[in-house]
Design a protein around this ligand. Structure first.
Ligand SMILES: Cc1ncc(C[n+]2csc(CCOP(=O)(O)OP(=O)(O)O)c2C)c(N)n1
Length: 334
């Protein structure tokens, strides 16, 4: 009887503070990204590829993992995952401004090519889906060493049509490796809509063919995502193998700052997308359950704005890498 009257987060074992923290990370992800667009349009940074519309999928998933113990091979849009795992807003900005202290690549890679050694976030490269195979290799190594590790990897639904994706799932399924494949389906691969990308129309349905559960979840609902990823994480730790999760998301912005979605999406479609905004949905949950009121919301917005301002100003003032650093990490040293 008690279950029926419990709030959803309580039924999932989450405290009020944890749900508020999820919202904080979602908002931080959105506000940092909005700042990145301003900086790009102002000519201060070269490139943005946004998580807008995918914050719930990213924050909900990352909350189910263990910091500094699990491993992560995220994809470029995974700003929310990186923040939850421990990348700081200052580090995000170092990378955006290509400054020498950027932990991902010392300012050598494009922004959003995440990487952070102490946090077990593995640096990726620009060809999509390579990170999915890296995740499987890491999971296999952990299995051989007897380490208690679960690996997070993500990509878009367009990338789930690459050969690498199928090889990765097959191998992980065969060997029951502890990997969670998180496909964030935002319905477009640049300008190509879902109907022209995915044979069969469902990425989740492919799981069965590779010997693992394929779960579809509303990727705009942070608690729903947390629930399925937590379950997948527990399965992986019990030695029952990988899970494929298809989070049905939305894409609010253009593919990147080099793209203009008005060239291939109707204005009505772009406007309709906003209705499923994950931030709005999470905010409504907090208000309905008395976890946030207007005063608390304003305070949170002020706090997040101050963090974004600090990260921007601080990172912009940091130096570029010295010219002698150009070949560092390119060749083996010593
Ligand atoms: C192997 C490879 N092919 C093509 C590209 C160019 N490219 C970059 S992102 C992208 C679309 C990916 O779409 P999707 O996987 O759905 O992810 P989304 O960006 O929509 O989140 C493409 C084709 C690339 N980077 N690598």
């Amino acid at each position: 009887m008690k279950e029926a009257t419990m709030a959803r987060h309580e039924a999932l074992g989450l405290t009020a503070d944890q749900v508020r923290e999820m919202y904080y990370y979602m908002l931080l992800t959105r506000r940092l990204d909005e700042r990145l667009w301003l900086l790009q349009r102002g000519g201060k940074i070269p490139f943005v590829i946004s998580p807008q519309g995918q914050e719930a999928a990213q924050v909900g998933a990352a909350f189910a993992f263990r910091r500094r113990q699990d491993w992560f091979t995220p994809y470029y849009r995974d700003l929310g995952v990186n923040l939850v795992v421990g990348v700081t807003p200052r580090e995000v900005m170092l990378s955006a401004f290509a400054r020498g202290a950027d932990p991902a690549s010392g300012g050598k890679q494009m922004p959003s090519h995440w990487g952070n050694r102490p946090l077990n976030i593995v640096s990726g490269s620009s060809p999509v889906t390579t990170q999915v195979l890296h995740a499987v290799g890491i999971a296999q190594a952990a299995r051989m060493r007897g380490d208690d590790v679960v690996v997070y990897t993500a990509c878009g639904e367009g990338s789930s049509n690459q050969g690498d994706f199928h090889e990765a799932l097959n191998w992980a399924g065969l060997h029951k490796l502890p990997v969670i494949f998180m496909v964030q389906n935002n319905e477009y691969a640049i300008s190509v809509p879902l109907s022209q990308q995915v044979a069969g129309g469902s990425v989740a349905a492919r799981g069965r063919g590779y010997g693992m559960p394929g779960v579809e979840v509303d990727g705009t609902d942070v608690l729903a995502v947390y629930e399925v990823v937590k379950e997948a994480h527990e399965r992986a730790r019990r030695g029952e193998g990988p899970t494929l999760i298809e989070a049905r998301c939305i894409r609010i912005t253009s593919h990147s700052s080099d793209d203009d979605q008005r060239r291939y999406r109707d204005p009505e479609e772009i406007a309709a997308v906003q209705v499923r905004d994950p931030i709005r949905k999470a905010r409504q949950y907090l208000f309905e359950h008395g976890l946030m009121d207007e005063a608390a919301e304003q305070e949170l917005e002020r706090k997040v704005a101050a963090i974004v301002d600090d990260a921007t100003d601080w990172a912009e003032a940091q130096p570029y890498a010295a010219p002698e650093e150009a070949l560092r990490h390119v060749y083996k040293e010593g």
